[in-house]
Design a protein around this ligand. Structure first.
Ligand code: IPE
Ligand code: IPE
Ligand code: MG
Length: 247
């Protein structure tokens, strides 16, 4: 069915997503969990396309957390293979569509094969300008804050808020405006702990493999109705012209 695009004023500049629920999607169908992750790649492809159509500037997704290493060995190796396969299939298309790829996360924990794949994808797409896609891989919010502090210390700098902002793994894109979590859990699970200080949160029971443009637009419509006060009062947000400044 044809789907009308939301007005530009409803579209967040930077959208972050915790892509959760792949395992349950597969289990409901008596399939191995990896089958759910495979469908999850399709959902990500759809979501990237929908974000491009809506002129989202930055999309940041959580693909593999620091804690996900503790899952069964076959699931972890399945996820690594899926990442490499998705890269070889998708990077040319992403590049053609103007997507610039980044893989925020702890490179130290990855095999040289995976690391080379990620670096090559980053290099190939470095000059693209339409949208930035951050695929957080072996990422943890606590790791991010610790590595940023470590970097400042190594540079002989003081640890300040501004310094940490410039050293965390998403310094190239700024903070998300909207964080969506699929799969029904209402928690952050060590995602962007530093960057989500004033991010609007949207939780949906929709399992990640079922996520589509319609669900994305529900999140955007909800976001458009929020008043982002950043600690101020509603009255302070009204501009001299009388129009609310947060729209
Ligand atoms: C999210 O789906 C993908 C990863 C964590 C890699 P899950 O695999 O966590 O799916 P559920 O939460 O078990 O359904
Ligand atoms: C968060 O999902 C990590 C990713 C989506 C990559 P998890 O499934 O790992 O989170 P918990 O275990 O439910 O908190
Ligand atoms: Mg999960």
């Amino acid at each position: 069915m044809a789907h009308t695009l939301p007005p530009a004023s409803c579209v967040p500049r930077h959208v972050a997503i915790v892509m959760d629920g792949n395992g349950r999607w597969a289990q409901k169908r008596h399939l191995p969990r990896v089958a759910g992750h495979k469908q999850g790649v399709d959902a990500l492809r759809r979501t990237v396309r929908a974000c491009l159509e809506r002129n989202v500037q930055v999309l940041t997704v959580f693909a593999f957390s620091s804690e996900n290493w503790s899952r069964p060995e076959d699931e972890v190796s399945g996820l690594m293979s899926l990442l490499l396969m998705a890269l070889s299939r998708e990077v040319p298309k992403l590049s053609k569509n103007g997507v610039q790829l980044h893989f925020p996360g702890d490179a130290g924990g990855l095999s040289s094969r995976v690391l080379q794949g990620l670096q090559k994808a980053e290099q190939t797409t470095a000059h693209n300008q339409k949208m930035v896609l951050n695929v957080c891989f072996n990422y943890g919010g606590r790791w991010d804050i610790a590595q940023a502090a470590r970097r400042l210390v190594e540079q002989g700098k003081e640890i300040t808020e501004a310094g940490l902002c410039e050293s965390t793994a998403l310094a190239h894109v700024g903070d998300p405006d909207l964080l969506i979590r699929t799969g029904g859990e209402m928690r952050v699970s060590n995602f962007l702990l530093w960057q989500c200080a004033y991010t609007e949160l949207f939780f949906t029971p929709c399992l990640w493999p079922d996520f589509d443009a319609a669900e994305l637009d529900r999140a955007f419509a909800d976001f458009a109705g929020r008043e982002r006060r950043f600690g101020l009062t509603s009255e302070q947000l009204v501009t001299p012209s009388g129009a609310p400044s947060h729209a």
